[in-house]
Design a protein around this ligand. Structure first.
Ligand code: 5GP
Ligand code: MN
Length: 316
């Protein structure tokens, strides 16, 4: 059922024990939104637990409260499970099966499958962080410096630090307010930009895998298991093919531990969330992803065919 901010605020006010979760492969928006809501609810005296069914990337270890996030290990119950920045139940991994509670989903993905008991969806929001900002306003919650750092990180990372097409006046207004509450843009940017040396060395090798299709409108990079194992983080690598002149869709193929292939899409105009959704994934118009079984070569062939078809049909 669709639900308003005021109704979510009521449900949270009446709940005693609340569990918060976000998607696997957590990013800045997922973690920043989760932590901001956590701090706000703890300040109200709630019993709050944060669960994510994945490792937390080192990049985000600076976020206040991050050490409180745990992986789900036992079945548990609570009054409400709040699912942030995730568009389907699979995205939260084992949390879906292990927490027995009514589910509230707050999300901004165009591809959201409305899987929860209650949902608040706004695909005009640049980040779930914008929606948490609005929820905290509804809760009349004081934006402490810790909350400001978390929410600024959530918002800034999902809009490419205010450069992508999802950046709006609302995005900048909220960010400005968060700076007034103590978030320091240069400090947060430095945490996010800093990479381990292994990542930069791997980038050199990853760029050797650049391939082009459809007269240069599609560019891909590929990371096999061996290369993937040598690098802690590949975040941001997709920006290299994305920024090449003439490229409409950039794709990153990455083999994971289970020999599944994770695919990231970035586009200038065509709707890549549609393509990702057709392969069981999801995302936004210009940034989406999915995971497929098969060899790198097989997966590449079917994904490139689908992207080519979409580009040809949308005439970009
Ligand atoms: P990224 O390429 O940075 O991993 O993801 C880009 C966008 O697509 C993010 O908003 C992310 O949440 C979404 N996304 C990536 N992979 C998947 C997936 O497997 N399923 C769904 N539903 N969304 C995904
Ligand atoms: Mn997001």
């Amino acid at each position: 059922m669709e639900i308003s901010f005021s109704r979510i605020a009521e449900l949270l006010k009446t709940a005693r024990k609340i569990i918060l979760t976000g998607h696997i492969h957590p990013d800045g928006d997922c973690l920043g939104s989760l932590l901001a809501l956590y701090h706000a609810l703890v300040a109200r005296g709630k019993e709050v637990q944060m669960l994510i069914d994945d490792n937390i990337p080192v990049t985000y270890h600076f976020l206040p409260g991050i050490e409180q996030i745990a992986r789900p290990v036992v079945e548990t119950t609570c009054d409400v499970l709040v699912v942030l920045d995730a568009s389907d139940a699979e995205r939260i991994g084992r949390v879906a099966g292990m927490v027995k509670a009514p589910v509230i989903n707050i999300d901004h993905h165009a591809s959201n499958l409305k899987f929860a008991d209650y949902w608040l969806l706004d695909n005009q929001a640049a980040a779930t962080g914008e929606l948490i900002f609005e929820l905290l306003e509804e809760l009349k919650c004081e934006i402490t410096c810790d909350i400001a750092v978390c929410l600024y990180t959530a918002i800034a990372t999902d809009c490419g630090f205010f450069r992508y097409a999802n950046t709006t006046a609302r995005t900048l207004r909220y960010a400005a307010f968060l700076i007034e509450c103590g978030a320091q843009p240069h400090v947060i940017s430095e945490y996010i930009e800093t990479k381990p040396l292994t990542s930069i060395i791997a980038l050199g090798q990853v760029l050797q895998t650049l391939e082009f299709y459809l007269d240069g409108k599609i560019a891909s990079i590929s990371i096999d298991r061996e290369l993937g194992d040598s690098v802690q983080s590949t975040e941001g690598f997709i920006n290299y093919p994305r920024t090449i002149e003439g490229v409409e869709v950039a794709i990153m193929f990455k083999a994971d531990e289970e020999n599944l292939i994770r695919i990231s899409f970035r586009s200038k105009q065509v709707d890549v969330s549609k393509i990702a959704l057709s392969f069981g994934g999801g995302g936004h118009v210009r940034a989406a992803g999915c995971t497929l079984a098969g060899t790198l070569a097989e997966v590449k062939a079917s994904i490139v065919a689908a992207v080519s078809k979409e580009i040809l049909e949308s005439d970009v």
